[in-house]
Write a protein that binds this ligand. Sequence first.
Ligand SMILES: Nc1ncnc2c1ncn2[C@@H]1O[C@H](COP(=O)(O)OP(=O)(O)OP(=O)(O)O)[C@@H](O)[C@H]1O
Length: 256
Amino acid sequence: MSKTILEMDNVTIRFGGLTAVDSVDMKIEEGTIRALIGPNGAGKSTIFNLITGIYPPSSGEIRFRGTLINGYKPHLITELGIARTFQNIRLFSEMTVLDNVKIGRHCRTKAGFLGALLRGPGVKAEERAITEESMEALKILELDHKADELAKNLPYGEQRRLEIARAMASNPKLILLDEPAAGMNPQEKQTLMSMIRKIQDKGLTIFLVEHDMKFVMNLSDRIMVLDYGRKIAAGSPAEIKSNPAVIAAYLGKEVG
Ligand SMILES: Nc1ncnc2c1ncn2[C@@H]1O[C@H](COP(=O)(O)OP(=O)(O)OP(=O)(O)O)[C@@H](O)[C@H]1O
């Protein structure tokens, strides 16, 4: 039987008078690819912010592998095994590709980020392990041959992949990707899709927000649709494509 990795139960968040996420229920099964779609302002990024501890929900429960994580601080949630990328690129452009990934890895080490900067004597063995694991993450995203280049010198599509490698380096069980294909050309999207499948093959669960319907329909096992903070549909790509509420939310535009 499939195991639930992430569960939202009746989750609501209000910002003043605005209910950005309204009574949302969701279950994601381990090892699957789930997409979250919806028009602009539907509450998609807010759901990611709730799961990663940026905001506590106003009400409802969020469980990760059975643990109630409501109100946990973001670094604790990372330690539990949830990593994310952001809509806009957040790389250290003057640092190397490898160092950008190592920063993602340090959040799980005893020495931590400060220790890594100070490079105390006890840090060396840990540092070596971090380099190896970071190179593994780069390999999955096919960026290992660019480890020593400065991040700013990578083409756009590779910079976005580097962000995923950095998220992978914290050794997550669940990875949240916020518009991973945004700004990519069709070839870059195709490459990204095969890499996300490779990440899934490693046993990870993927939850992504994406506006590119073709990308979402091709990649996802299941899709949840939000509109004005409410879940209006959930199902397989085929079910979502033909769902009247979804078509209406997209103002009659063809979905997929
Ligand atoms: N910190 C905040 N304070 C006040 N309102 C917020 C805050 N964060 C989000 N909102 C509001 O909540 C609603 C949902 O925003 P959110 O960014 O989650 O939408 P989205 O579906 O990710 O949109 P997009 O596709 O444009 O990124 C919007 O009306 C937004 O203005």
